[in-house]
Ligand binder design. Structure first.
Ligand code: C2E
Ligand code: MG
Ligand code: MG
Length: 731
């Protein structure tokens, strides 16, 4: 300060410079003094936790404001001190605080209530993040807070008085919550069901940040219009606040229909938006819970839908997820997986496998795709589909991506010059500023010609401000690498960006290929259309996930240039690739089952089987949409009608179609449906209401989540089958 005043009044510039330098070199104000002033002035407060999530520090001013002493706060679990805001208060909605802390996610403008020493509460807006040491061990949270009590009280009052969301004209949080509580209360007596969908936009913040808040508001309005037109009068659409929407669907418990509706919502909201002459794209995730199965009170159901939403976002975004009771443990599992993954990366435990992309006309390999492999001591092989999303939660994805890229380039250099290598790129990694440099560095370090490197990118990169994304593409093309669009048709499916000419190759997603030869399937037409489109735009096509001979014949006939799938080879090691070339052969022979068989998931799970008025315990060995194999019972004749109890009201009427001494094949009367994440579930569940009054044959039902134990013990006849002892993992 002094130096500036001095400069203004003196002509001698030299003297001024000297003065200024000495001011610059004067000891900077002590950091803690500055922080102390910030606290003292009430501009901000700071807090910290220990690794167990207990408060280890809170600004003195904050403690004084609360009228408490530090002794009653320090050492308390954070979730006791900071309480989630009550539903229906009109404030922006908050994902469960406890959930975020468990998953060690960033706290971003989270509003909490903090009970004070005067029997009421202050409202704080929190920011914070997990602190890791240099080895990646979790040390606790560090964060700041701002007291927003007065503003909050005003907003809450305004929201209380109104039932409409001003921006979009939809129902607001309060109205939705009133409606949900009223519906559930009324339906409880009439035993009707009601579904709740929680909808959250993926990366909306990015649009807000890069295009400005007015653009963000405009986008929310357009989202509201699209939602309202899809849902129509099947339910009530509302905005909870921020970028969260909700749909209430009375008398709806068909998970098939709900999944289709959720899918339509995801697809529709992911189409490009025009905002003041610019284009923007966002993604959408949906969580679904259904009363009375997943909860009978409004807050139970809200929490269940929220958890399902969280899970949908964690898996990959752009998708939907139904609530299941397993989701409760999901957050802590994710955190554990993250810790182990970091160790694995440090130890260099992540390896690459290579899967050939073969020309189906000549059986010659043209390219290998590099796929990460992780073998964990405890858990065994963990799929990249599971650990990549975890790595994407923080900077780990950048490290993993760079290691994979370097290794793949190096390995490819040992192959014949005509063979390319394809490396997967996470969207999160792709849009980071340093990505082009990392690619250039990997090419330079290995000496691989850029034209032999192909980057596989999914549609999820086309999110947010498309001009920034375009610039990354142009940079990469300048480097001379090839670009492939992976999993085409699954995500944000917009053909618009294909026209920009960024891509050299389209990979048709496995879901179009699998089972495409079944009668009445429209997938062959989709495959043909994608191939035609790609040809017109000068792109190569790859059919992914080809397993059976009939699928190979079909994709060949529809003109796919390359085929990747178990039919040619599973992913193999670099040694195996080299051995193949050493033999002088770049040929892979197709081999696999002649026809596609309905997908069966191999499992080992204890479930129930009902026959007459008996409930037996059996082991489910595998499950497909249309049937299952069970063990654990002896003497069950072919043709017997039974009911399989998959848990939580999922009863499947089945017939025994084949049987050995202690194992039976069941065919389901009604097919199961996909659960959105690779598993199967029943379209309908038996409501706990009907279960509670169940007669024959439901009288034999297991206790499970339902109050049926009394029937179970009251067996009325002699069991027909022999219950064998069940043993094995998980039993
Ligand atoms: P993707 O890029 O679509 O890779 C193809 C996946 O399909 C691989 O699964 C491959 O093993 C599997 N696959 C290939 N042919 C068949 C088949 O005939 N039948 C079946 N059922 N599956 C087949 P994988 O290795 O588990 O990888 C899953 C996903 O993880 C990949 O999907 C990719 O998105 C991601 N990923 C793998 N490696 C990396 C990586 O280095 N970086 C990033 N960012 N993602 C990776
Ligand atoms: Mg790929
Ligand atoms: Mg793929």
């Amino acid at each position: 300060m002094m130096a500036i005043g001095f400069r203004k009044t003196q002509r001698d510039q030299k003297a001024a410079t000297t003065e200024r330098r000495s001011a610059e070199h004067a000891p900077a104000p002590d950091r803690s003094a500055v922080l102390g002033e910030v606290e003292e002035l009430g501009i901000g407060m700071f807090w910290a936790t220990d690794p167990e999530g207990r408060l280890s520090f809170l600004s003195a001013r904050a403690i004084a404001d609360l009228g408490l002493d530090s002794g009653s706060l320090i050492g308390q679990p954070l979730t006791h001190i900071f309480q989630e805001i009550e539903e229906g208060t009109g404030a922006s909605t908050q994902r469960s605080l406890a959930f975020k802390l468990k998953a060690r996610s960033k706290l971003d403008e989270q509003i909490v209530a903090v009970p004070d020493g005067r029997g009421s509460s202050r409202w704080w807006r929190l920011n914070g993040r997990a602190l890791l040491d240099s080895n990646g061990a979790f040390l606790g949270y560090r964060g700041s807070a701002v007291d927003i009590s007065s503003q909050y009280a005003y907003e809450t009052q305004v929201a209380r008085d109104s039932k409409v969301d001003e921006l979009t004209g939809l129902a607001n949080r309060r109205k939705l919550n009133d409606r949900l509580s009223a519906t559930l209360a009324a339906f409880r007596t009439s035993k009707r069901s009601c579904a709740l969908m929680m909808i959250d936009l993926d990366r909306f913040k990015q649009v807000n940040d890069t295009m400005g808040h007015p653009a963000g508001d405009e986008l929310l309005k357009q989202v509201a219009q699209r939602l309202a037109s899809i849902v129509g009068d099947a339910g009530e659409v509302g905005r909870l606040g921020g970028d969260e929407f909700q749909v209430l669907l009375p008398d709806m418990d068909d998970r098939g229909t709900l999944g289709e509706l959720a899918n339509r919502i995801v697809q529709s909201l992911s189409q490009p938006y025009q905002i003041n002459g610019r284009r923007a794209i966002i993604g959408t995730s949906v969580g679904i819970a259904i009363a009375p199965y997943d909860g009978v009170e409004a807050d139970e159901l809200n929490r269940a839908a929220d958890m399902a939403l969280y899970s949908a976002k964690e898996t990959r975004g752009g998708t939907f997820c139904f609530y299941t009771s397993n989701l409760r443990d999901a957050a802590s599992k994710t955190a554990q997986l993250g810790d182990r993954l970091r160790d694995a990366v440090d130890r260099g435990d992540l390896k690459l496998a290579y899967q050939p992309l073969v020309d189906p006309l000549t059986n010659e390999v043209k390219c290998f795709e590099a796929l990460l492999r992780w073998h964990d001591e405890e858990e065994g092989d963990i799929s990249p589909a599971q650990f990549i999303p975890v790595a994407e939660n923080d900077d780990l994805i950048v490290r993993i991506g760079e290691v994979a890229l370097k290794q793949a380039c190096m390995d490819a250099l040992a192959w014949p010059e005509t063979i390319r290598v394809a490396v997967n790129v996470s969207a999160k990694q792709f849009i980071r500023p340093g990505y082009r440099k990392a690619v250039a560095a990997a090419l330079e370090a290995s000496g691989l010609p850029p034209g032999r490197l192909e980057l596989e990118i999914t549609e999820s990169v086309f999110v947010g401000d498309l001009e920034t994304v375009d610039a990354v593409f142009r940079d990469l093309k300048k480097l001379g690498v090839r670009l492939a669009l992976d999993d085409f048709g699954t995500g944000y499916s917009s053909l618009g960006y294909l026209k920009h000419g960024h891509f050299d190759k389209i990979k048709i997603d496995q879901s179009f290929v699998r089972g495409c030869t079944e009668n009445g399937d429209i997938n062959p037409a989709i495959i043909a259309a994608i191939v035609a489109l790609a040809k017109a735009l000068g792109m190569e096509t790859v059919a992914e996930g080809v397993e059976a001979m009939d699928e190979l014949a079909l994709v060949k006939e529809r003109g796919a240039d390359l085929v990747q799938g178990y039919i040619y080879s599973r992913p193999i090691t670099q040694e195996q690739v080299l051995a193949q070339f050493a033999e002088g052969s770049g040929l892979f022979r197709p081999s696999g089952p002649p026809r596609y068989r309905a997908e069966r998931i191999t499992i080992f799970r204890k479930v129930g089987l009902i026959h007459e008025d008996h409930y037996y315990d059996v082991i489910l060995r595998n499950l497909s949409k249309t049937g299952a194999r069970i063990t654990g019972l002896a003497g069950v004749p072919v043709g017997t009608d039974v009911v399989l109890d998959l848990g939580h009201g999922q009863l499947v009427v089945s017939k025994v179609v084949n049987a050995t001494e202690n194992s039976q094949g069941l065919k389901f009367e009604t097919s199961l449906i996909g659960d959105g994440s690779g598993g199967f579930m029943t379209r309908h569940r038996i409501s706990p209401y009907s279960l509670a009054e169940a007669g024959i044959p439901l009288a034999a039902l297991g206790a499970g989540a339902f109050p049926l134990a009394k029937w179970r013990d009251a067996n009325k006849s002699i069991p027909r089958f022999v219950q064998l002892e069940l043993s094995g993992p998980g039993v």
